[in-house]
Write a protein that binds this ligand. Structure first.
Ligand code: EPZ
Length: 416
């Protein structure tokens, strides 16, 4: 396992151009298979999860070319509609290919995605939505076998605004006969980015971001070019990395309008923010204030993905903060590791109570999953002495070259 060695205590100040959004590019890469043609995605982040998605595309018979920040997918050679167990185990979010493959091939076979460190990650809402669109589904021997001789538009209601279920329903509906509505749909900006890409392919999708998405089925889609939206979670992570050290950070290529809940929380903790169209300039105080209560919610609520990174801020803030994780059942795995660094955190079920201490101490800690790993990096930047964060491959899943960006902002960090 690779590791990051961080000497804490210095300010993290500088300018970072924010990478493209992982949670937008993954469903959009899956959507490319719905057209028999060539699509080019610009501002594509260099991430392990993108590499794995490229592999899925190649296994399906597509050609994938990556060059300086763009990825081109040629799906004219697509010859398979199956995602095997090895790939699905590597990356469970490949389940997002289901709707896209069904749309193109009218059938699909995917290995059950299973859970991950942060939770069981069921897909019942995905399958229920696909069945409403006329997909016949068999689950056997760990595989999900889908057949859709004809996809028919339907009125779908999601019991929970699941991001993945919304995306799979959208992908399966764009070429279904007739009109589909998805109510209680996820409103995340990544859904809007996916809908915009689908429309550039010739689809007819409306209402993204509103909670009710309407899709008028079309005959065929064609390849398209698209620029991936900025990653709002990575943006907030770098703001946190600077804020915890009392630094000054300027983010460019960012969309502040996607980040209201996170910017509100940062202001409550005492940072000063200047927000422009695609730029955020942050100035942090020597020591942050605690945040009264953070509750993770579906968008536009406080994002679950930034809960762990922001918990690291609360560890050295003045006062007591309370975090309630309402989305995933096991998203406090970083707590043990933060405690090793001297944090004072008590958890009970989905609630964590963090009493701010003056300083954390460097220690050897282990990343158990992507965002928990990012929170350990943030804590290490403010800690006294040296911290070793093992499991950096997990952080690489969502953060492009994290040490390069932080090094350029004055952090003492290296990869081993
Ligand atoms: C997406 O996961 C993101 N991943 C996650 O980001 C993010 O945390 C999550 O949305 C919530 O915003 C990608 O986009 C690749 P959900 P997804 O379906 O689609 C329950 C990261 O760190 N649920 O909205 O899997 C589920 O158990 C990752 O970048 C069902 O019960 O999230 C969870 O409690 C982590 N049945 C809740 O909904 C279902 O069929 C939210 O899950 C589907 C979901």
């Amino acid at each position: 396992m690779g590791k990051l060695i961080i000497d804490g205590g210095g300010k993290v100040s500088g300018e970072i151009r924010v990478q493209g959004a992982k949670n937008a590019v993954l469903p959009i890469l899956a959507a490319t298979v719905m057209a028999d043609g060539v699509s080019t995605l610009k501002n594509c982040p260099k991430l392990r999860d993108v590499d794995k998605t490229d592999l899925v595309l190649e296994r399906l018979g597509c050609k994938v070319i990556r060059e300086d920040g763009a990825v081109t997918v040629d799906t004219r050679g697509m010859c398979d509609c199956k995602i095997c167990e090895d790939l699905m185990r590597e990356m469970r979010s490949s389940i997002i290919f289901l709707g896209a493959i069904i749309s193109r091939c009218k059938r699909a076979v995917v290995s059950m995605p299973g859970g991950c460190p942060i939770g069981l990650r069921p897909i019942d809402l995905h399958l229920k939505a696909l069945k409403e669109l006329g997909v016949e589904i068999q689950e056997e021997h760990g595989y999900i076998k889908c057949a859709a001789p004809k996809l028919v538009g339907a009125n779908i209601h999601l019991d929970f605004p699941s991001v993945g279920a919304t995306e799979n329903a959208m992908l399966a509906a764009v070429c279904a006969r007739g009109t589909t509505t998805i109510s209680n749909a996820a409103r995340e900006p990544e859904i809007t980015d996916l809908g915009n890409f689908l429309n550039s392919m010739g689809a007819n999708v409306h209402g993204m971001g509103s909670g009710v998405i309407t899709i008028h089925g079309v005959e065929k889609l064609h390849g398209a070019d698209h620029t991936i939206m900025p990653d709002r979670i990575v943006a907030a992570t770098y703001l946190a990395a600077s804020a915890v050290t009392g630094g000054e950070m300027c983010l460019t290529n960012v969309n502040p309008r996607d980040m209201d809940a996170m910017l509100y929380a940062l202001r409550e903790m005492g940072v000063k923010l200047r927000v422009e169209r695609d730029k955020i300039i942050q100035t942090a105080p020597e020591r942050l204030k605690s945040i009264h209560t953070v509750r993770t919610m579906p968008y536009p609520g406080f994002p679950t993905d930034i809960q762990s990174p922001f918990m690291a801020l609360a560890c050295t803030a003045r006062g007591t903060s309370v975090f309630v994780e309402n989305i995933f059942e096991n998203r406090f795995q970083n707590v043990d590791e933060l405690t090793r660094m001297g944090a004072d955190i008590k958890t009970e079920g989905r609630t964590a109570v963090i009493r701010g201490v003056k300083r954390l101490e460097g220690a050897n800690v282990v990343a158990r999953e992507l965002r928990g790993g990012a929170s350990l990096v943030i804590a290490a930047l403010a800690a006294n002495g040296t911290t070793t964060v093992s499991g950096v491959e997990l952080i690489d899943r969502g953060y492009e070259n994290i040490e390069k960006y932080l090094l350029e902002c004055g952090a003492k960090i290296r990869r081993e």
